[in-house]
Design a protein around this ligand. Structure first.
Ligand code: IPD
Length: 267
């Protein structure tokens, strides 16, 4: 029932706020990458790990039976668990490293394989986006409804690039095919925020191949609850092969162009 979903959202918001405060404080104290992961672009900082630990501890203290899937420490297995939380402690880690004010805590609650509540907080600015399944999407107390854009040629489209070199080259080739058909492109560097910007109409649409669940679980619910279609390509649900989020009248055109360009194929 909706009461439980609102309870999960309230908990997510309070935990994510503390996480955002911690991330911002650690950023102010200075940041060094502690390691690169898959490639030189793929950095992890001490803050990614500290914030993830803090959020895990807070969830386990409040709801000991739940499981957590997080970017830095994985997890999330456990069939009997009532709720699986999906966490990106700092989405936009490269922005964080460079002190670009576009990085977020993203936290979603999933029940029976379906995301039912989600919050994204831009930790640099404090802006918050929230959604409960069936209850709409909100930012700053305002209900979100996307841009309503219908024309691909007038669409401002956000996207992103993964970390593996071959995937990035494929994504760049797809973008080279799309750029002539759209108004312009934005690459802000934090997928969770990009999805929320599409939800509020500051982008007309967003797509990316290769996202992990922690990148799009919360932001995808915010976009969907703002009335956007959030899918994969060729009838697939949003997932690692593609997440495309767009207002209903724009979605088909963007979807079809991405299919023509083989955006979900390749590395
Ligand atoms: C990344 C960001 C980026 C997107 C990448 C993600 P991270 O997340 O969301 O915008 O293009 O695909 O991996 O690594 O900064 O949490």
């Amino acid at each position: 029932c909706m009461d439980r979903e609102h309870e999960l959202l309230d908990l997510a918001v309070s935990i994510a706020r503390e996480a955002a405060t911690r991330a911002r404080a650690m950023r102010a104290a200075g940041v060094d990458p502690v390691a690169t992961k898959s490639t030189l672009t793929d950095v992890v900082t001490a803050a990614d790990r500290a914030v993830e630990r803090q959020v895990r501890d807070a969830i386990h203290a409040a709801r000991p039976g739940d499981v957590v899937l997080g970017e830095e420490f994985g997890g999330g297995e456990g069939d009997g668990a009532a709720v699986r939380w999906i966490l990106d402690p700092i989405d936009g880690t490269v922005n964080y490293l460079y002190d670009l004010p576009q990085y977020a805590v993203s936290l979603a609650a999933e029940v029976d394989g379906e995301v039912v509540a989600g919050v994204v907080i831009n930790a640099a600015t404090g802006r918050e986006w929230t959604a409960v399944r069936g209850g709409g999407a909100y930012a700053d107390g305002r209900r979100l409804s996307g841009s309503g854009q219908t024309d691909l040629r007038q669409a401002l489209v956000g996207t992103g690039f993964g970390y593996a070199a071959d995937r990035r080259l494929h994504q760049a080739a797809v973008l080279a095919g799309l750029i002539g058909d759209i108004r312009d492109v934005r690459r802000f560097g934090a997928a969770a925020i990009d999805l929320c910007l599409a939800a509020e109409g500051s982008l007309d649409a967003y797509y990316e191949k290769g996202l992990n669940a922690w990148d799009h679980a919360a932001g995808g619910l915010v976009a969907a609850e703002a009335g956007l279609l959030v899918t994969g390509l060729r009838g697939a649900t949003a997932g690692p092969d593609m997440v495309v989020a767009a207002p209903p009248a724009l979605h088909q055109g963007l979807h079809d162009r991405l299919v023509e360009l083989g955006a979900d194929k390749g590395p």
